[in-house]
Design a protein around this ligand. Structure first.
Ligand SMILES: *Cc1c(COP(=O)(O)O)cnc(C)c1O
Ligand code: SF4
Length: 421
């Protein structure tokens, strides 16, 4: 299977686009100036129901639409395009709108550690037992999610490009930080790297493995966006990738494949199902995570169905996230109270092995905060949110339930006030 990408310049070649009126194609072109747009032949052929594209979750996940910008923002880009403004003028408009879309939420840039006085760009260390590594060649994805909070990485004009060529410095850092027992390869998507490139990183880790390093994680959407990566009958590279996984697990490291699934339809075809089996046969575990997104998966039935399918396929539900306030957040946002109630219903419908999921969780600047419930205080008859940090920059602050004011329309923890009861 040959990988064909479609973006703002060539997407009109997609044959199913005959289902879209011309006006919608123009809108895609306009919004794609601001929001990175990329999809591929697997997504287009296997995942999208083109006859119902307007409400199709995967279409909305990949194709920008005009509602992802405010009417004013949309009109500004539309004017610049229609009046054929110069590149420089157009760029000014685009960049100004991008800045309005909060490109760096939760102070992602502040967790970069130092080694012997040198800043380790390409590494983040926020929670004591795990470091994130952003390999240079893995800072892109097989397709782009329209909601993605890493979107500044995909727009070259902005400066956020975490990357580092040298795994050795990361291992030096882990060696002296004895609490670190996990390294998480992330991006973008590390599975976009060739097995050859990834092997150069992994071989160094295996050769120099500090005794306290136990787990390698890959944060990836490849099972949804390009499962052929794990099907040897389609390429020799897939066999090399699976061999690399076997090498990791046979060298005493746990390999946790953190798979991002937004909707059960991504689990429904034989290609992804075979890819899952092949990965599991290497000794790796597959854990799953995704944010709740309006227009895509904002329903307890969808989550219950997704978790049931995941459990049946041997996947381990891990996180249900709350979408960060970035990019087209206005379009995708769901209030915290609604998400909590939706989760509560979904987990009851699923039961059993899906209760490995931690949910719903916000990855905020202090840490990962979970909504544990909406509780009525008998003293004043009012509702409160009960929360806990399951991850906190300050290790001592984890797993301590606390209360915050209830606000039915709040969408992020910073809109609530802490209260003592
Ligand atoms: C989410 C996250 C991790 C991983 O945390 P787990 O709870 O172990 O999955 C690590 N570092 C950062 C900065 C994170 O946001
Ligand atoms: S796969 Fe992940 S990093 Fe890539 S575009 Fe989607 S959300 Fe962003």
């Amino acid at each position: 299977m040959r990988f064909i990408t479609y973006n703002a310049t060539n997407f009109r070649k997609i044959e199913y686009l005959r289902y879209l009126p011309e006006s919608v194609k123009k809108e895609i072109e306009i919004v794609a100036k601001v929001i990175p747009f990329k999809t591929n032949n697997y997504v287009v052929d296997y995942l999208i129901d083109w006859e119902n594209y307007e409400t199709d979750p995967i279409y909305i996940l990949n194709f920008p639409n005009r509602h992802m910008l405010s009417p004013i923002q949309y009109a500004r880009v539309e004017e610049a395009v229609n009046k054929k403004w110069s590149k420089v003028e157009l760029y000014k408009v685009i960049n100004a709108i991008r800045m309005e879309l909060n490109p760096h939420p939760a102070q992602q840039m502040t967790n970069v550690p130092k080694l012997n006085g040198e800043t380790l760009n390409g590494v983040q260390h926020k929670y004591r037992d795990i470091v994130l590594f952003f390999p240079t060649q893995g800072q892109s994805c097989h397709a782009h999610c329209t909601f993605c909070f890493r979107w500044p990485q995909f727009t070259k004009e902005l400066d956020l490009q975490f990357s580092m060529r040298e795994i050795d410095k990361v291992i030096d850092y882990i060696e002296i930080n004895k609490d670190v027992n996990e390294i998480l390869f992330t991006g973008g998507d590390p599975m976009i790297m060739s097995p050859e490139t990834l092997t150069t990183y992994i071989d160094r880790i295996i050769e120099r493995k500090p005794a306290h390093l136990q787990t390698i994680r890959f944060g990836t959407k490849s099972l949804s966006y390009w499962p052929f990566t794990f099907l040897p009958e389609f390429s020799k590279e897939a066999e090399d990738m699976l061999s690399l996984f076997r090498k990791i697990t046979s060298n005493g490291l746990h390999l946790s494949f953190m798979a991002h699934f937004n909707h059960p339809v991504e689990l429904d075809n034989h290609v992804v199902q075979e890819a899952i089996l092949n990965i599991r046969h290497t000794g790796a575990e597959i854990r799953t995570q995704a944010p709740v997104l309006n227009h895509i998966n904002n329903s307890s039935e969808i989550w219950a169905e997704m978790w049931k399918k995941q459990v049946n396929l041997g996947l381990i539900p891990y996180y249900m996230f709350i979408e960060r306030e970035t990019g087209p957040f206005e379009y995708f946002k769901v209030p915290l109270a609604d998400i909590y109630r939706m989760y509560n219903k979904a987990i009851k419908l699923t039961g059993s092995l899906a209760k490995t999921v931690t949910a719903p969780v916000m990855s905020a600047s202090k840490g990962k905060v979970q909504i544990m419930g909406i509780v009525e205080n008998p003293l004043d008859g009012k509702d409160y949110f009960m929360l806990q940090y399951i991850r906190h920059r300050d290790f001592n602050q984890t797993y301590k339930p606390f209360f915050m004011s209830f606000n039915p329309s709040a969408t992020w923890v910073d809109q609530l006030e802490e209260v003592s009861i």
